[in-house]
Ligand binder design. Structure first.
Ligand code: FNR
Length: 366
């Protein structure tokens, strides 16, 4: 017996329903993470080590949590991050997420390994809706160049180069389900071992030789802002600034790559004091993703200096269990939580969120 959509009161509820109703292969691909899934768990639980220091007696009658990301106005500081193979969970695939993003005025990042054709996802956008491209860099740079130029021509407003996946991680839950690569628009061009699981079967073209030396080339082939997705230490944030990219996503790929990678929220807390000390905090936009399930998680990230957060699995689960209505509701729940919790910490705008509103000492002492 499936719960009614109205009985989902938060993003974790969608996960519980999805686990029960999704096809095993799809659940395996979406929910799995690397090795022992320690980082997967840490991504969510790290937020539980941060507490609020709310201000009281602030007039919070009017709360506005709109902001900008790479110059684009958004209604709330989250975006739909790139997750491959949308049609595993829903027949229509990624365009379901496109429609919800339009409705809620948030940005969607389109994955290289989408199930829908790239142009189909672009065509599903409404009005001046903004989309970004997530890029896996192909060994054949001519192919990569074509993908990037086409995305720019079709109006994408950001190029997110995934830098944490020189090889895809080993996700055993996924492998056990012996996935075949139907459902992806991507042709790997190489024979793939169907026993590797969905992730590895579709990723054999990813270039493990990608390095910092390639960044100037990306800058030369596009005018889109470039963001490095998957940075995991402050030293690399400094390198990204030096390389002249517009942003980084502190991320461990939802725990799907290196197990025992730290949570993005912890890396953020390591990064911002260093940037502030060096006067570099305005030189780059810092995003985080991984384990964001509550508006309080979003608020914590923004207090600690993030410009915005990416959310992945919860929207896949909502889409798989309830289709369009599910994703719409998941986003609305986040907005409702956001309004209430901004009020409760005594902040009326994103500009008011600052490190003084949180006690993050526990992040490092555990
Ligand atoms: C991902 N992620 C991902 N990242 C990327 O750069 N390219 C990709 O193709 C994918 N594919 C993908 C599939 C699935 C099923 C998941 C769950 C994740 C990683 C994603 O962009 C993001 O980093 C994490 O999903 C964030 O963690 P949460 O919100 O899922 O906890």
């Amino acid at each position: 017996e499936m719960p009614l959509l109205e009985q989902c009161y938060n993003l974790l509820d969608f996960e519980a329903v999805a686990r029960r109703v999704m096809k095993k292969t799809a659940w395996g691909y979406y929910s799995s993470a690397a090795d022992d899934e320690i980082t997967l768990r840490e991504n969510h639980s790290a937020f539980h080590r941060i507490w609020f220091r709310p201000r009281v007696l602030v007039n919070v009658e009017h709360v506005d949590f709109s902001t900008t990301m790479l110059g684009t106005p958004v209604s709330i500081p989250f975006y739909v991050t790139a997750t491959a193979l949308g049609k595993l969970g829903h027949v229509e695939g990624e365009v379901v997420l496109t429609r919800s993003a339009a409705k809620h005025n948030v940005i969607q990042m389109i994955p290289t390994l989408a199930s829908c054709a790239f142009d189909e996802i672009i065509d599903a956008a409404q009005g001046d809706q903004v989309q970004w491209l997530q890029l896996y860099v192909n060994k054949d740079r001519a192919i990569t160049k074509k993908i990037v130029e086409h995305a720019e021509k079709r109006g994408c407003k950001g190029l997110f180069i995934t830098v944490d996946a020189p090889q895809l991680g080993r996700r055993e839950k996924d492998m056990r389900l012996k996935f075949t690569d139907e459902g992806s628009n991507v042709q790997s061009g190489e024979a793939t071992d169907r026993n590797q699981g969905a992730a590895r079967a579709i990723s054999s073209f990813i270039d493990p030789a990608l390095s910092w030396a390639d960044i100037p080339w990306f800058k030369s082939i596009t005018k889109m802002p470039i963001v490095l997705k998957g940075v995991q230490r402050v030293e690399d944030v400094l390198k990204a600034i030096e390389a002249g990219v517009q942003g980084v996503v502190l991320s461990n790929h939802g725990g799907r790559q290196l197990d025992f990678a730290r949570s993005a929220i912890e890396v953020l807390a390591e990064t911002m004091p260093v940037l502030r000390q060096m006067g570099l905090e305005n030189k780059i936009e810092i995003y985080i993703d991984g384990g964001v399930r509550r508006a309080t998680d979003i608020i914590k990230a923004l207090c600690l200096g993030a410009k915005g957060v990416g959310i992945g699995r919860p929207f896949l689960y909502a889409m798989s269990a309830y289709g369009q209505d599910g994703v719409d509701r998941a986003m609305q729940l986040l907005k409702d939580e956001m309004e209430m919790n901004m009020r409760l910490i005594g902040a009326t705008s994103i500009a008011e969120l600052n490190p003084g509103l949180v006690d993050a000492r526990g992040l490092f002492n555990h």
